[in-house]
Design a protein around this ligand. Sequence first.
Ligand code: Q0Z
Length: 288
Amino acid sequence: MPEPGVHIGSGKVRELYALGEDRLLLAASDRISVFDVVLPTPIPDKGRVLTGLSAFWFARTQHIVPNHLLAIRPDGRSLECGRLDMLPLEFVVRGYLAGSGWRDYRATGAVCGHALPPGLLESERLPHPLVTPATKAATGHDENISEADAAELVGREQYTEAREVALALYGFGAAHASARGIVLADTKFELGADEAGRLMLADEALTPDSSRFWPADSYAAGGPQPSYDKQFVRDWCERTGGDKAPPGPELPADVVEGTRARYAEAFELLTGIPFARYLDDPQVVRAA
Ligand code: Q0Z
């Protein structure tokens, strides 16, 4: 195991380590969270699917914005990254009306301050993608803020550049996914600045943990859509009841296997690369 590094942060399912002064190691575990609760049962290779997908997108979006990726570790679940000054914002891009966006629209006719035409259905495609920035709350739940407040937080020039980048990345990811039978309903980007002040894409990008992916063949507006990756787990949790409170239930073997297969299938559809090839040599995702 090469330099583990100094542990500097934990997400729900990922760990962050410092590698000296200017590099970080982002390590994705096999943990899965459902209804915002991390389950005690891991999904084998889920961390590798997410890491491989992130690296795949980083390699293919450099024409839109440079990114923090330096190297994929041979374990396939960790990325060496350049350390950036992170913008204190998440750039959520929504192409469809789902989740909190749908709840907001039903209550107010708008999504995070963006007025929308009346009569839209749950999961309907929006007239155009929206950027709905959120602040990264230290206490877990991110808080949506208006674009005006976001611009005030980081400066109007930097905000404008970052929102254009986020829209271009969403457009690229959504078109790529759509050609492969997957709807990219929405996604979240984190951006930072390098030592020269240049805007860079950071964190993870266009993974199932940072995005809503829906199977295109069953897509129909007018209700909630099944999640490409987590639907088996959600359905099983709903069937077996429980109060959606921590620690969450242990998953049975068939739900683990079915979910593992869905993650691998999402990887293969989106990348066109057999997942077994990635396990054999993670560097395959970097080649164009
Ligand atoms: C990402 C996070 C995780 C916990 C900080 N390139 C970068 N430079 C500076 N900071 C970050 C990055 Cl990616 C950075 N996070 C999110 C990830 C565990 C928190 F794996 N926090």
